[in-house]
Design a protein around this ligand. Structure first.
Ligand SMILES: Nc1ncnc2c1ncn2[C@@H]1O[C@H](COP(=O)(O)OP(=O)(O)O)[C@@H](O)[C@H]1O
Ligand SMILES: [Mg+2]
Length: 427
């Protein structure tokens, strides 16, 4: 044996420096359960007691036995993309911990989200979202989206529950679990996941069966979110047609009709590519609807510029749809009420949404207990992940992050020096 074994010394240093997850963070309560895991509110067990949101991905489960077949595609995407990006309007990832077959993503905590704001104004305040709050929310959302698109990242699941806002009124785009890189992707963008984006926020080109879609689908979703903040209900609230027994994606007739009822039936004149879509004939079989967006807007608000922004985000032809930078620079944002950095600025106290609810779910708060399958109905269909989208197992964790398997990773990338690595446990 070598008198000095550098590997052994390294392992010793690494293992002594590793801090077990539950000695570093105390779980304060349970926030939400999604398709891939659970989100908790937690605080650091140091003097600072900083608050974080921790997303715990479920390990795979076969019967009652927890197996480990790899890391879900959703987790890989979310971690890989989040490590590379940093922007005020995107939820920051502080670190990722892999321990006992679970992945923990530690995010900055955001007290509110757009869904909660919509709920607060529709049920408690019982009034429209004030223009200053609306404008600031959309402006900051677009600012974050401009950044993502500049980084060649499509979010693909923008909806009120995934757009957070902290107690300083700063909007934070969250949930990059479905996001993808658009710049030289390793796989074509249509392969793997057949359906993206929750149905109510899904762009018409996807509903018509497009295989090559673009960042424009995120801009459509921003239009839907803006309309929902205005009317306090989803603008296109269709019923999702379920997959058939061969898992084929059916024509989403009801959703398409909901869009046509407001925007009118699209014409080949405005959208020359229309006849090429796989669902074109199904679409042609529908009744003809006149456009009614102006009416929809004038019965709800007066701003011509806001109407114009919505119209541009709801362009049928994705090539004519406002891009994120175009929408961000829209003249509505330079109208008299200017967007503020704090979206809650100047609001009367009763207009500020309540603090995020957390519950004490003892089983799930206990460390190392696998998450159960019961989904929070508030995020359930059709607000949940599309049913046909499954996480792939057996992904190569190491190659996705350029690191060697099990790890406590400090983010941003390149900041994971020091002895915080943990022994690989991928058996
Ligand atoms: N950073 C955060 N701070 C506070 N709450 C959060 C945070 N991230 C997520 N949440 C809450 O948890 C919910 C689910 O998180 P999300 O990242 O969207 O995961 P899922 O893939 O399950 O949809 C969100 O809708 C939000 O209510
Ligand atoms: Mg989500």
């Amino acid at each position: 044996m070598l008198p000095y074994d550098p590997m052994r010394a390294y392992r010793h240093k690494r293992d002594t420096a590793h801090q077990a997850f539950n000695t570093k963070y105390a779980m304060l309560g349970f926030i939400s359960s999604g398709t891939y895991g659970r989100v908790y509110k937690a605080k650091t067990r140091d003097a600072e007691e900083r608050i974080y949101a921790i997303k715990k991905f479920k390990p795979d489960k076969e019967g009652e036995v927890v197996t480990y077949t790899g890391i879900s595609q959703s987790a890989i995407r979310e971690i890989a993309l989040n490590r590379e990006i940093s922007h005020e309007n995107i939820v920051a990832l502080r670190e990722v911990v892999l321990e006992d077959k679970s992945i923990y993503m530690v995010f900055e905590y955001a007290e509110h989200d757009f869904l909660q704001i919509i709920h607060h104004f529709s049920t408690t305040v019982r009034a429209m979202v004030p223009p200053s709050l609306l404008k600031s929310c959309i402006h900051q959302l677009l600012n974050g989206l401009v950044y993502l698109h500049t980084c060649h990242i499509q979010h693909r699941d923008l909806k009120p529950a995934n757009i957070l806002i902290n107690s300083d009124g700063v909007v934070k785009i969250g949930d990059l679990g479905l996001a993808r890189l658009t710049y030289s992707p390793l796989q074509p963008l249509y392969s793997g996941d057949k359906v993206v984006v929750t149905i109510w926020y899904r762009a018409p080109e996807l509903l018509l069966g497009a295989r090559h879609y673009t960042k424009a689908i995120d801009c459509w979703a921003v239009g839907c979110v803006m309309a929902e903040l205005i009317s306090l209900r989803p603008i296109f609230k269709g019923e999702e047609a379920k997959l058939d027994h061969k898992k084929n994606v059916p024509f989403q007739k009801d959703q398409v009709v909901k869009i046509f009822e407001v925007l009118g039936t699209p014409s080949v004149h405005e959208w020359p590519g229309l006849p090429q879509f796989p669902e074109y004939l199904n679409m042609k079989a529908l009744d003809n609807y006149p456009p009614k967006l102006t009416e929809w807007c004038t019965t709800r608000f007066r701003s011509k510029d806001a109407t114009d922004l919505l119209r541009q985000l709801f362009m049928y032809n994705p090539e004519n749809r406002a891009t994120a930078p175009e929408a961000f620079n829209h003249k509505w944002f330079s109208e008299d009420i200017k967007p503020t950095r704090n979206a809650f600025h100047g609001l009367p106290p009763n207009h500020c949404p309540p603090l995020r609810k957390i519950t004490q779910d003892e089983a799930s708060l206990a460390h190392h207990v696998p998450a159960s399958n019961n989904n929070n109905p508030a995020y359930n269909n059709p607000n949940s992940k599309p049913a046909s989208w499954k996480p792939a197992s057996g992904q190569n964790f190491g190659s996705a992050f350029g690191v060697n398997t099990a790890v406590t990773m400090q983010v941003p990338a390149g900041n994971n020096s020091g002895g915080s690595r943990k022994k690989p446990r991928l058996e």
